[in-house]
Ligand binder design. Structure first.
Ligand code: AMP
Length: 223
């Protein structure tokens, strides 16, 4: 059975890091809509040009654009055996569209990563990303330090400055937090503590997925 995982949580919860790690272990693609948009901005596609201003304000790119991107990405051959979605859905409309896309595929396992707000602000302020390959660096690395993945330079994301971070957290509470209620009623929903060390979070994530997966395969369970 395919492993279709969806990571929920506010910006800075560690979704990307954990999604990357889990996807690598399982040999399935990590699909991050933030990464896809940053790549589009980097290469200067039409979607990228339009998304840049929205992203720099900390707001959300339109549902239709995002749903189109994810629909197309999930159709690719590498996602047939499963995937880890990071950063999508971010609105109830996106979640409803994803349910439509998934109706002919296996169930979704949904894991919400919970982290206190003060810790999120601390992490986002010190977060670094490679300007070449997009890999996240250590929190608090120096600007210009070498990326461990490709040797490129670490920079701060343009939407990680303090004013934009606060806006992104507001947008999360208003538009994305309702998704927790949307999915909580499903037997394949799990919540984990993201304020622990990354290895502990990874272990809790793997255990939550295992538990949710065993519910998903039980006849009559609705994922
Ligand atoms: P992230 O890397 O997930 O923090 O995403 C960075 C930015 O990309 C967000 O602040 C949004 O502007 C945009 N973005 C990423 N995913 C979505 C989505 N599913 N819906 C709308 N906007 C998104």
């Amino acid at each position: 059975m395919s492993l279709n995982l969806l990571m929920l949580g506010p910006p800075g919860a560690g979704k990307g890091t954990q999604a990357e790690r889990f996807a690598r272990v399982k040999g399935i693609p990590k699909i991050s809509t933030g990464d896809i948009l940053r790549e589009a901005v980097h290469t200067g596609t039409e979607i990228g040009l339009r998304a840049k201003a929205v992203m720099d304000r900390g707001e959300l790119v339109g549902d239709d654009v995002m749903i189109g991107i994810v629909r197309e990405r999930l159709e690719r051959a590498d996602a047939v055996g499963g995937f880890v979605l990071d950063g999508f859905p971010r609105t109830v409309a996106q979640a409803a569209a994803l349910d439509g896309i998934m109706s002919s595929r296996g169930p979704l396992i949904v894991v919400d990563i919970v982290v206190p707000e003060a810790e999120l602000v601390r992490r986002l302020g010190g977060r670094m990303i490679c300007d070449e390959c997009g890999t996240g660096g250590q929190i608090g690395s120096a600007v210009g330090a070498a990326c461990a993945n490709c040797g490129g330079s670490l920079v701060q994301r343009t939407d990680d400055n303090q004013a934009v971070v606060l806006e992104r957290l507001k947008v999360y509470h208003r538009q994305s937090e309702p998704l927790v209620e949307y999915y909580r009623v499903r037997p394949t929903f799990r919540s984990i503590d993201g304020a622990q060390a990354p290895d502990r979070v990874a272990a809790d994530l793997a255990a939550a997925i295992e538990a949710a997966g065993s519910v998903a395969v039980r006849p009559g369970a609705k994922g």
